[in-house]
Structures are given as C-alpha cells and as structure tokens.
Design a protein around this ligand. Structure first.
Ligand SMILES: *Cc1c(COP(=O)(O)O)cnc(C)c1O
Length: 255
C-alpha cells in the first residue's frame, strides 16, 4: 500500500533487490536457452511463447515493488484483490501490467476494483465466476480482459483450480463469453514438495495445453503457461513455462 509511514528503502536494500533480480534473470534466461526458447524477462510485451518473469508482490511494500519495476520488471502479480488495486494506484506512474494470481470470490466481483485495475486474471477456475466477470466488464463497457484457466494438476486436494478432466468443459463454456480472452493455463505447485514431486504437475499442464489446442478446445494462440515459483522456476521453464511467478527469491522471505 502507499502509505506515508512506509519506510524509504536504503540504497543497500535497493541494490539487493536489483542483484536478486539479475540473478533470477540470469538463471531464467539460461533455462530458457537450454530449452531452446526465447527469453522476454520482465517485459509484458514479449511474445507469448517466450519465457517471462512476473513478480509475485503479495505483502511487499510499494517501495520494493517500485525498485523492481524500475529495474525492468513491469509484469506484477498480486493475490489479493484489494491489494492489487492499492498497488496499481501507488505505482501508476510506472505503468505496471498487473495480473491477479489469487482467488477471486464470485460475490465480490461487483464490489472490487480488481477487475478494473488488472490486465489479466490468471485464477479463473469456474464458470459462474467467469460469467460474473464478463457481466462486470459489460457494465464497465470494457471489451475484453485476458484470462488464464487455473488447473489443479498437483493431484492433491486443493480448493483452487479446475480438475484437469473438467478443464475442457470449462474452457468451452468460457469461450462462449464475449469478453474473456483465454491466453493460456495456470497452475500452482504444491508447497513444500520436492522437484520430483512437482515436475509431473508442470508436465501435465503443458500436455493438457497442447492437447486442448490440437483439438481446438483452446484457441491456437492460447499458448501461455503460468507455472513455477522461486523454488522451482528453472524446472518449470524446462517443462514449458512461459510465465514464472517469483516473489521471495527477489524480495526475501515474507513476514
Ligand atoms: C506467492 C506466490 C508466488 C511466488 O511464490 P515465491 O515462492 O515467493 O516465489 C507465485 N504464485 C502464486 C500464486 C503465489 O501466491
């Protein structure tokens, strides 16, 4: 939040954020190259197929996010609707491209500015939510909004994400809505799992995306795969990620 009480960062703190970003960039670029893919860094205008780095900014003060954006990372992701709006306002001069990466409650869609403040909602996992957002866009006279379908490929009980076997039906229904543009699929890895446990969930998302594009369920240009976090983004890139969402590796552990 923009808050007069928010401490101004020291030069050393800013340097640390920049150094960590450079480290993430170096590793992500190397993984992209090794996988024979392009690298778009923090540039939201990079090609969909290229690997891009999205900053997961939940709980981070605006000053830290500002430092990172000024270092070339305009693609930011926020989990909470209210924070997304506050951060978008506090950073408006830097023209960030904000993705909502956390759950959006259906009954809040009409009472939050999140739909207005963001460029993309990555966490669409049910039709009733998608319908509400489409209605909201109509009211706002906004023609389109980019979305991802969030799929639960981690084979564990999770409240969020559509089950892989139900993704096809959801995508077909969402494509019937006029204003939502599906850009790809998103998944969240299991917290605390080992690399061996996590790899299949990323591979599954890539295979699902390919299969649904081949069969025409997904639009052919819906190639984005948002997967991978600080602990495993190189692995996610190996498995086809086009957007990796990193937080703690840049900003340090969250409180
Ligand atoms: C917090 C968060 C991330 C980033 O996690 P780190 O481990 O801090 O990199 C990525 N995606 C989502 C959905 C998150 O909530």
């Amino acid at each position: 939040m923009t808050n007069a009480d928010e401490p101004i960062l020291t030069d050393a703190e800013r340097d640390e954020i920049r150094a960590k970003l450079d480290d993430v960039a170096q590793r992500a670029e190397a993984a992209a190259k090794a996988a024979g893919r392009g690298y778009g860094g923090g540039n939201p205008e990079a090609a969909a197929e290229d690997v891009k780095v999205l900053l997961a900014v939940k709980t981070q003060p605006v000053q830290k996010i500002r430092t990172a954006i000024e270092h070339g990372y305009r693609l930011i992701g926020e989990n909470r609707q209210q924070e997304l709006t506050a951060k978008a306002e506090g950073l408006v001069d830097l023209n960030p491209v904000a993705h909502l990466i956390g759950p959006l409650q259906r009954n809040k869609v009409n009472h939050t500015l999140a739909v207005e403040s963001c460029t993309c909602i990555e966490s669409i996992d049910n039709m009733r939510l998608a319908q509400r957002i489409d209605n909201r866009l109509e009211l706002l006279e906004r023609d389109s909004l980019d979305i991802f379908i969030q799929v639960n490929t981690s084979r564990e009980d999770s409240k969020f994400g559509v089950a892989p076997e139900e993704a096809e039906q959801l995508i077909e229904e969402v494509r019937g809505l006029e204003r939502l543009r599906i850009r790809g699929l998103m998944t969240i890895g299991l917290p605390g799992s080992t690399v061996d446990e996590i790899r299949p969930s990323y591979a599954d998302l890539r295979e699902l995306s390919q299969r649904l594009r081949d069969s025409g369920v997904l639009p052919t240009d819906a190639v984005e795969l948002s997967m991978g976090m600080s602990a495993d983004f190189e692995l996610a890139i190996e498995e086809g990620a086009t957007i990796v969402r990193v937080g703690s590796s840049v900003f340090g552990a969250r409180d």
